[in-house]
Design a protein around this ligand. Structure first.
Ligand code: ADP
Length: 368
């Protein structure tokens, strides 16, 4: 078989022709001298229509003084790189373009024209605009939610405080005149008011979970775990827990640092709270999957029967009375909210009496 090698000129011509970018050349008077298929696709003029015309046919009038300025720089031998601007297509549509312009020299090194590569970034610009608007909407929606939570919690706490104060006053003034059943009933009222007040506070915490970092940034999970464990060092010490993780295996993800600390803190603190008679052993790990990171927090505690494994993520759902294990049932609901806002999900695998492993996934950012 004979292999025919194309010469360099025709190879270059073929590359220029097959490019999706517009590759155009013009002389120093701004007259178009070549126009590839990419330019036809982007600007709508055929090569026959464009060659010999002034480059100004694709100028957007509102950017009128730009082209002479660019040409002036080329005459001085300068190059213009990835300059984002607006051009006009044959049908009048405005196009967002990223432009690279370089001088063309003849064999004697004299500048005789300019080559220009233009990439249509209209869709990218639109996507950026949509993202920007969505971020604005998110910030506004969150501000509304916070305000709602703040006002309701403030307004609900007021009458509750009155109930608590009046019950206590009544008990101290007239407690002696009451029999033990009546005193017990009033005790229930006071306990319920106290509990309701804690729950309202928890609702506020839930609504404000992402206050501090609604706009995400790269977050190192190794640091997040360290921070969470620092916050828990007293309970880790007092329970003599063994907590293990390999900081090098923990990735950087796009997220909110404060919220992610809260997530790990809640999971580890539950692992200590719902411990068995054995010394608590908690393992934190992360595995890279195709498009996300799978995290796990595994303990050797009392475990959770399968029937309850979904329910525990709901707000105020708990499996134990508060005298047995203190709490209001907000921890895992908060974890679920944080994970979901980050684009992941959370679940548990466990059997009663056999420890529990909480899993959650977070999207893996590009290059992270
Ligand atoms: P709280 O601890 O205040 O009850 P959570 O939302 O953190 O609230 O947990 C909900 C319920 O899930 C707990 O009441 C407990 O029954 C169960 N649970 C959570 N974590 C664990 C765990 N690591 N091991 C066993 N049970 C757990």
């Amino acid at each position: 078989m004979q292999v025919v090698k194309p010469d360099l000129d025709s190879l270059l011509a073929a590359i220029v022709e097959s490019s999706d970018d517009a590759i155009i050349s013009k002389d120093l008077d701004g007259v178009i001298t070549s126009w590839n298929r990419g330019a036809e696709g982007i600007f709508g003029y055929t090569a026959e229509e464009a060659i010999g015309q002034p480059i100004a046919i694709i100028a957007a009038p509102e950017r009128g003084d730009e082209m002479p300025h660019i040409l002036e720089r080329v005459r001085r031998g300068e190059r213009v790189d990835h300059y984002e601007t607006v051009r006009k297509a044959k049908d009048g549509r405005r196009l967002n373009i990223s432009l690279t312009v370089s001088p063309i020299r003849d064999s004697a090194g004299r500048i005789v024209g300019a080559s220009k590569i233009a990439r249509d970034i209209t869709e990218k610009k639109m996507a950026e605009e949509v993202m920007g608007k969505q971020a604005d909407r998110l910030v506004r929606a969150n501000a509304d939610l916070q305000q709602f939570a703040y006002i309701t919690s403030h307004d609900l706490q007021e009458p509750l405080r009155t109930i608590s104060a009046c019950t206590e006053m009544f008990l101290s003034k007239s407690g002696e005149k009451l029999d033990s059943d009546e005193r017990q009933l009033l005790g229930y009222v006071s306990e319920a008011a106290h509990r309701l007040s804690t729950m309202i506070g928890d609702l506020l915490t839930y609504a404000r979970a992402l206050d501090e970092d609604l706009l995400f940034a790269p977050v190192n999970i190794g640091e997040v775990v360290e921070w969470a464990l620092n916050n828990l060092h007293l309970s880790i010490q007092s329970s003599d827990a063994l907590i293990s993780y390999d900081p090098r295996s923990l990735p950087t993800v796009l997220g909110g640092k404060v919220a992610l600390v809260q997530l790990f803190q809640n999971l580890v603190s539950n692992a200590l709270k719902y411990r068995s008679a054995d010394r608590p052993v908690v393992q934190i790990a992360a595995t890279r999957r195709e498009t996300d990171w799978l995290f796990s927090v595994k303990d050797n505690g009392i475990g959770i029967a399968p029937a309850y494994q979904k329910r525990i993520f709901n707000l105020f759902q708990r499996l134990h009375a508060s005298h047995e294990y203190p709490g209001t049932g907000i921890g895992l609901a908060l974890c679920q909210r944080i994970v979901r806002v980050h684009g992941g999900d959370i679940w548990v695998e466990s059997a009663e009496g056999a420890g529990a492993t909480f899993f959650f996934n977070l999207p893996a950012g590009e290059g992270m």
